[in-house]
Design a protein around this ligand. Structure first.
Ligand SMILES: [Zn+2]
Ligand SMILES: [Zn+2]
Length: 245
């Protein structure tokens, strides 16, 4: 009888402590860790938190953590550096990101998983993230093929928003396609080609002046393709390789 009772007691203690454990976990749901890395380059999937009801009450980073943790599939969140001051209320829940960049290359990244947060720039993203990125690129292979076929010898011009371009560009490169210098604002190889002295759509004005700059491959030859995406992906790879060595 005593033994039966003690088994029962033991069982009850286990059940009780499991319940307490779960309870504690529920309360800690919004614990978050500032990542040692950022999410620049690569592909990612985010949810704009400003589009979710209740965002106006979100003020602090801790609020953000609680709020973002309710987004299905979120692994963390990111926000404009002056979010807490109320100046720039831009914040997103992060569903996945395929490249771990230096932390100063993106807005600060906060993750719910401490182990992931401790990863250094260049370490491998989670398998889920890599698979999601691959799937996005695969989905665009048909579009990329059509763009390559339709662009003839001049190279592809990408359309759509930045996210679409990021994905399609990778698909084009997988199919060994090439890109055209466009010289358009808001596209790669942009304003520096049209507004900087010496620049033309095919020649980078800042390139002629020998100045490094963003969003342009810097090419100063009149012929040839835009190497912007190629250079971007090469940098992504270089960051990853540095870690493996
Ligand atoms: Zn340029
Ligand atoms: Zn270019």
């Amino acid at each position: 009888m005593n033994r039966i009772f003690s088994y029962f007691t033991l069982g009850a203690i286990i059940v009780l402590s499991t319940a307490l454990g779960n309870h504690a976990k529920a309360e800690n749901e919004a614990s978050y860790f500032e990542a040692n890395h950022g999410f620049n380059l690569g592909l990612n999937e985010m949810v704009d938190l400003s589009e979710i009801e209740g965002f106006e009450r979100v003020r602090s980073t801790a609020d953000l953590a609680r709020f973002a943790s309710k987004v299905p599939g979120a692994v963390g969140f990111t926000a404009h550096p002056s979010f807490e001051s109320g100046q720039h209320r831009f914040a997103s829940a992060v569903l996945w990101y395929s490249h771990l960049s230096p932390s100063n290359m993106s807005w600060r990244l906060y993750l719910f998983d401490e182990k992931e947060a401790k990863k250094q720039p260049g370490e491998a993203a989670t398998e889920e993230a890599l698979a999601a990125a691959e799937a996005q690129i695969s989905d665009k292979l048909k579009t990329a093929k059509e763009l390559i076929d339709g662009s003839g010898r001049r190279g592809v011009i990408l359309h759509g928003d930045q996210k679409e371009k990021d994905i399609v560009a990778r698909a084009v490169l997988q199919l060994s396609g090439t890109f055209q210098h466009t010289g358009e604002f808001g596209s790669n190889c942009a304003g520096c080609r049209l507004v900087v002295l010496g620049g033309t759509p095919a020649r980078c004005g800042l390139g002629i002046q020998g100045k490094d700059h963003m969003n342009c491959c810097g090419s100063i030859t009149k012929d040839g393709f835009c190497r912007f995406w190629e250079l971007l992906l090469a940098r992504e790879k270089a960051e990853q390789i540095r870690v493996r060595q």
